[in-house]
Each structure stands twice: as structure tokens, then as C-alpha cells.
Design a protein around this ligand. Structure first.
Ligand SMILES: [Zn+2]
Length: 262
């Protein structure tokens, strides 16, 4: 009778490994019957080719590397590593960092098959903001990204993983956390970053790294992370592609650190 009732399984098993940034917060529920409407709302004219996804049946073991706090000069170094390995990542940009001199870097990321998502405008604790200010943070960064790529972000990573229901209500993007290695802390050495990341790697995981200005330890760690995960048979995908590969429809009022088909 019903044509397509896609039962979306909420796969947000947030393990809270990165206690320092409060990744343990998770809220779920309020599944919307028609979650596809979200994707239909805004269609921008594409200025850069969108990443093409395979048929879900063609994916093996997948993992999504993600990078926060750019764009910065570190972003180019991360892109060099990804390109060398034929890998892709997802970049969650801070609106205030999207300056004219970073435009080429952002476009290069897209041309390599990476996807660009939203990490607010000012990187502030947003649970303290009014709904109006929350929306302004998101809209500013969306507009900057659309201007550069022609594609509106579908995912949002809350600064400091600081979230509340007002934010879920105000922001029309899927909330992403991920498994981190505290690589925003300069004291965490390269080997430690590699070890912590590899320990948390699994099929469907979202790995949280930072391409903030000067974070060269993560660039060095990334070389080893890519090499080891490749050896373990992982396929690198973007966050959007991860949901596609697992056949999972992103839900509202959820904070995803991994996506698993059920
Ligand atoms: Zn951040």
C-alpha cells in the first residue's frame, strides 16, 4: 500500500569518547514522517560538480574523516594528504574564517570530492544565544559556502558540541559529532592522535579532526591514519555519502557520531 515508507533507523550511538568537548550529549526522538522534505527545500544552482555517490550496495567498510575550524592554511596541507591517498573528507567551516584568500582552498576541496558543511559563524557556545542569533550564525556560513560552491550545507557541527532543543528547532541541518582525539589540544602528540583515532575507527564511524590554523600535528597524524585505515580496507566517504551508503535518512533531534544500517 504505502509506496516507500523508509524506516529510518536512528544510528546515533554517541559514545562520548571525547569527553573534553562534551560529545556524550545525545538527544533523540521526534522522528519526522517525511524527512525527505528537508532535501527538497533549497536547490541552488551548482557552480562546482557535486560528489557522485555509488549505489549503496557497492560500498564496503566505510569511514568519514571530518575536519573542523577551517578554512586555514592547514586545510591545504590536509587536502594534499587526502589527494595523495585518493581519499575524501568533510570540512565543517567557521564562517568568519571564510575569507577571500581561502576561496581557492575551499573550491579545491570540492574539486577533490570533499564536502563542505557548517560549523557556525563565530564558533561560540550557541546554547546561550537567542533563536535569532542562532539562525544568523547558520545563515551567514551557509551563504558564504553557497557563494563559493553553489551547494548549501546539509550538516552542522555545533561548536564544542554544545546543543539544546532551541538549536535543534532553529537549525535545519543534521547535527554531527564524531569520534575525536583531542587534536585541538597542541599538547596531544602526533602518535597519540593516531592511536586514539585508530582505536575508535569502525565501519560507519565519523572521525573528528581539526584543520585549524597551525595544527600541523594533525596533518602528520593524518598521513599515518590514512595509511593504516587503507591497510585495514576502509573506504573514505563524506558524511553525506556515509548516510547514503548505509541507507539511513538523517533524523532531527539527533547528534550522530556514526551511521549504521539496521
Ligand atoms: Zn570547532
Amino acid at each position: 500500500m504505502n509506496k516507500y515508507i523508509k524506516i529510518a533507523i536512528l544510528a546515533a550511538a554517541v559514545a562520548g569518547i571525547t569527553a573534553a568537548i562534551g560529545c556524550a550529549k545525545q538527544e533523540s526522538g521526534s522522528k519526522k514522517a517525511d524527512s525527505s522534505s528537508k532535501q527538497e527545500t533549497e536547490k541552488q544552482e551548482e557552480t562546482l560538480p557535486k560528489r557522485e555517490y555509488k549505489d549503496p550496495s557497492e560500498y564496503g567498510k566505510v569511514i568519514a574523516l571530518t575536519f573542523d575550524d577551517g578554512p586555514s592554511s592547514t586545510t591545504s596541507l590536509v587536502l594534499d594528504k587526502l589527494e595523495e591517498h585518493g581519499a575524501v573528507g568533510t570540512f565543517f567551516l567557521i564562517g568568519d574564517n571564510i575569507t577571500d584568500d581561502k576561496a581557492d582552498t575551499v573550491k579545491r576541496a570540492v574539486s577533490l570530492g570533499c564536502e563542505i558543511e557548517n560549523h557556525s559563524k563565530t564558533h561560540s557556545y550557541m546554547t546561550k544565544m537567542s533563536v535569532e542569533d542562532i539562525k544568523a550564525e547558520i545563515d551567514y556560513t551557509n551563504e558564504k559556502i553557497v557563494a563559493l560552491t553553489g551547494r548549501k550545507p546539509e550538516f552542522f557541527r555545533p561548536p564544542y558540541i554544545d546543543v539544546n532543543n532551541e538549536m535543534y528547532d532553529a537549525i535545519d541541518e543534521t547535527f554531527i559529532c564524531g569520534y575525536g582525539c583531542d587534536d585541538y589540544d597542541a599538547k596531544v602528540e602526533i602518535e597519540e592522535r593516531v592511536e586514539r583515532t585508530l582505536k575508535q575507527a569502525k565501519d560507519g564511524a565519523i572521525i573528528l579532526l581539526h584543520d585549524a590554523e597551525g595544527n600541523v600535528k594533525t596533518v602528520a597524524a593524518l598521513e599515518k591514519i590514512l595509511t593504516e585505515l587503507e591497510a585495514q580496507g576502509y573506504e573514505f566517504v563524506t558524511v553525506g555519502e556515509l548516510f547514503h551508503a548505509k541507507g539511513v535518512t538523517p533524523q532531527e533531534y539527533a547528534l550522530y557520531s556514526e551511521v549504521t544500517a539496521q
